[in-house]
Design a protein around this ligand. Structure first.
Ligand code: 5AD
Ligand code: SF4
Length: 454
């Protein structure tokens, strides 16, 4: 593969341009950075717009129906570009491509190459081959994390620690799009983190579908997720370590204690609840119940009292009654999440929940429940955020504020977006005094005294 990259970097070749549109989760953002790194390795450069590109790529998501339909609209634009310039290549990667496989070509005959998440490397092979026929690549063959990356931000990096998922949540399409769980070797991950630190990275987010199951499949030596956290924390220069997503069933005390003990491990845990009713959790095949979830929260609060806890919740799962839904509201009220992503249940092809025909929740009811849920999530999030007012937090600066370019935007260790006035540059870590807080954002002022003293 490496030889192929070199062969195409001859200066005589006119530089081709690519454009990547990314949908879905952080794992897809990670995979897109690897696609970009790989394309630049074979001599492509990034185009600012689709219309200027010779290669138009989509990295797709399939988690909910909305994700599918958004992508199909984008694909329509790309086909219009191809009508104007027939030499343009169109590629579709990621979870949606994997979930429909070769049907991509019958549904969208203008697509030239389609590939699943375990076949990102095949894209380079396709582009460097003489093949003129459309190609689909869908077997799991390698970690996208082994490819070179073009990072979106200089000081922040994703590190893919595993792919796939061995759980069997009845609503979820991911096990069928990303396959069985495979962990990347421990030493390879540490070497990657060390390289990133040497390259100026300060914050690493460890990615996996179920991060805290990391390492159980490794041979000859099994590893534990908490061991990996300790080893990454020990790397000089890495100030912040995050991870997403853990599964509540595997959220053991060693991982929670690591948050209390490791200086770089951030005070934020994203712990997907999905539902507050044990009956619905069972139907979802989540393998924990309400009590076990609450017990995990209590353990987090005991060891790391200030830890931010965020979550994912699905409303309107088939069979969810008003009483079940109220249990979700109760849990949200009781835990006081710092934030939550809320989703309306969406049946996905090939999943067990999509086959359920009884107890379906009518659309209007789903919408009504969602409104009630969002009200509680926001109220509790707002209340929780008030604990930061009057404190000075360490903020990693990301750039100008999106709403007011005279202000800056960054993130606290708790994962909170912070909007503030100050003189800092992107990539710097500064101290910000928090003056007010809403459920989503903290507002503040850079502590310039601290800057003068540094
Ligand atoms: N319908 C609605 N939400 C879903 N999620 C996953 N599958 C579905 C589905 N079929 C949500 C879960 C998961 C998040 C990434 O997306 O809450 O944690
Ligand atoms: Fe990510 Fe899941 Fe969407 Fe795939 S289907 S991109 S794993 S959110």
């Amino acid at each position: 593969m490496a030889l192929r990259f070199v062969r195409l970097m001859t200066p005589s070749r006119i530089q081709k341009r690519y454009h990547v549109t990314t949908f879905g989760c952080q794992m897809n953002e990670h995979d897109s950075e690897r696609m970009k790194g790989m394309l630049e390795g074979i001599g492509y450069v990034e185009a600012a717009e689709q219309a200027e590109a010779d290669l138009i790529l989509f990295n797709t998501c399939s988690i909910r129906e909305k994700a599918d339909s958004r992508f199909v609209a984008h694909l329509g634009h790309a086909s219009a570009v191809k009508k104007q310039r027939p030499e343009v290549l169109i590629g579709v990667g990621g979870c949606w491509a994997q979930s429909v496989k070769d049907e991509v070509f019958s549904q969208f005959p203008f697509v030239d190459v389609a590939f699943g998440p375990g076949q990102v490397h095949k894209l380079a092979e396709f582009l460097t081959s003489d093949s003129l026929t459309a190609q689909g690549y869908f077997e799991f063959e390698g970690f996208a994390g082994d490819l070179p990356a073009k990072r979106a931000r200089e000081v922040q990096a994703w590190v893919q620690i595993s792919v796939g998922c061995n759980m069997n949540c009845s609503y979820c399409i991911v096990p069928s799009t990303r396959g069985r769980e495979v962990s990347r070797p421990f030493e390879a991950l540490l070497a990657e983190c060390e390289r990133l630190a040497a390259d100026g990275v300060k914050e690493i987010t460890l990615l996996g579908q179920n991060v805290n199951a990391y390492g159980r499949d490794l041979r000859p030596e099994r590893r534990q997720f908490s061991e990996l956290l300790r080893a990454v924390d020990a790397i000089e220069g890495i100030d912040r370590v995050r991870y997403t997503s853990p599964h509540p069933k595997d959220m053991r005390e060693d991982v929670i204690l690591a948050h209390a003990e490791l200086p770089s491990l951030c005070e934020h845990i994203h712990l997907p609840l999905q539902a507050g009713s044990s009956r619905i959790l069972k139907a979802m095949k989540r393998t924990y119940n309400r009590e076990r979830f609450m017990d995990r929260v209590a353990l987090i609060r005991e060891h790391v009292p200030d830890c931010a806890i965020t979550t994912d919740i699905i409303v309107g799962f088939p069979g969810e009654t008003e009483a079940d839904f109220r249990e979700t509201l109760e849990v949200v009220e009781e835990v006081g999440f710092d934030g939550a992503f809320t989703f309306v249940f969406s049946p996905r092809r090939g999943t067990e929940a999509a086959e359920i025909t009884e107890g379906l929740v009518p659309h209007e009811e789903k919408v009504e429940r969602m409104q009630r849920l969002v009200e509680v999530v926001q109220r509790r999030g707002h209340e929780r955020a008030q604990r930061f007012v009057g404190r000075t937090l360490e903020v990693l600066v990301e750039g100008p504020s999106r709403t007011d370019p005279t202000r800056l935007r960054g993130r606290s260790r708790h994962g909170k977006a912070v909007n503030f006035t100050g003189l800092a540059l992107p990539g710097e870590t500064v101290r910000v005094e928090i003056l007010s807080a809403s459920s989503q954002t903290l507002m503040g002022e850079e502590s310039l005294l601290a800057r003068a003293l540094v």
